[in-house]
Design a protein around this ligand. Structure first.
Ligand code: DAH
Length: 352
């Protein structure tokens, strides 16, 4: 019997040596320490032994049982350890790797500036009116008091889309937002032709000019047109509105000046300059040593234009302006090249 127990122990320990995972270990436990294992059979048959052999065999069997149990416990620790090491090795996390950057989208700087302008104007009571980008010569020029061969057209070189068979009225890309004045006035006047309602609107949008692209001029850019039409509107209203806008946009200390100018669709006409942000008025390269930067053109709506819009110039007056949001952003943020706006270089766009 003693011999048999030794064999049981030896066979069990040998088979344990090749166990490397928890499933095999459990199978080993059932086979070697389970109820019908050879060792347990020895215990079951203890009763059949002669009296004097019982304690000897019993003790020996117990020793084998304790030995197998402790071997099982050892092995079980080992199996757990290798499982942990394996998972650590496989799922290794390299905390020194650089993180993956998340790129957050943003509005284009022109859109941001357009929204700034429109929200200031909204506070001042101007509603947004959007007009079309493709226009006729008649609405872009003629009804704004530029006759077909007027020299003032030279200021606005034009992309024509269709000229064939259209005589003096080719289709073109609008060169400014001012044609929206005609469309808006006609639409408002149509509501009540005898007594058209007053108008106070902002007309934002893209304009196109067939120009040489340089640091200072692009073939496309935004404008925000302003238009107010009503009874008893004066140049003083225009001045007050522009001055208020400039303070809201550029700060309370921004100084501005009105300078006489010429546009075919306003009379009188003016241009507005603000004190140079870069040098504070002392004179520098940005303001070409004048101390001033031009931000917009404006004036009292020409009687002919009012008439063309359906507003009787004997009863109504109005003012208008046209400003460039990209230009304002260039001045505010010292952007020295207008080509950055449509260059699509994220290094530029990310700064806004
Ligand atoms: N349309 C002019 C331009 O693009 C700007 C302008 C000047 C608009 C005077 C106006 C105005 O409404 O009154 O150069």
């Amino acid at each position: 019997m003693q011999e048999k127990l030794k064999e049981i122990e030896k066979a069990a320990l040998e088979s344990l040596a090749v166990v490397h995972d928890s499933a095999a270990l459990e199978a080993w436990r059932v086979a070697n320490l389970g109820r019908s294992s050879p060792l347990m059979t020895v215990f079951a048959e203890l009763g059949k032994l002669p009296k004097e052999q019982k304690p000897v065999v019993g003790q020996a069997a117990n020793r084998v049982k304790v030995a197998l149990e402790s071997a099982l416990e050892e092995k079980s620790k080992e199996v757990k350890q290798t499982a942990l090491e394996k998972s650590l090795a496989e799922e290794k996390l390299d905390v020194t790797l650089p993180g993956r950057e998340k790129h957050i989208g943003r509005l284009h700087p022109s859109t941001q500036q357009l929204r700034r302008v429109l929200s200031i104007l909204a506070e001042m009571g101007f509603q947004v009116y959007t007009s079309r980008e493709v226009e006729t010569d008649e609405i872009n020029f003629q009804l704004l008091n530029f006759p077909p061969h007027h020299p003032a057209r030279d200021m606005q070189d034009t992309f024509f889309i269709e000229a064939e068979g259209r005589g003096d009225n080719p289709i073109l890309m609008r060169t400014h937002t001012s044609p929206g004045q005609i469309r808006a006035m006609r639409e408002f006047a149509a509501m009540n032709p005898q007594n058209p309602p007053p108008i106070r609107i902002a007309l934002p949008g893209m304009c196109f000019r067939y120009e040489q692209i340089t640091a200072r001029s692009e073939v496309q850019f935004n404008q925000v047109e302003g238009l107010a039409v009503g009874k008893n509107i004066t140049f003083a209203d225009l001045k007050g509105t522009i001055a208020d806008f400039v303070r809201r946009m550029f700060g309370d200390h921004a100084r501005l000046r009105f300078r006489a100018s010429y546009f075919p669709f306003t009379e009188p006409s003016a241009e507005v300059d603000v004190e140079c942000f870069v040098c504070g008025g002392a004179g520098c390269a940005v303001c070409k040593n004048s101390g001033w930067l031009e931000i917009l053109g404006c004036g009292m709506v020409h009687p002919v234009v009012l008439e063309n819009g359906g507003y009787n110039p004997k009863v109504y007056t109005g003012y208008a302006w046209g400003m460039g949001p990209e230009r304002q952003l260039m001045l505010r943020n010292k952007v020295h090249d207008i080509r950055y706006f449509w260059g699509n270089d994220v290094r530029f766009l990310e700064q806004f």
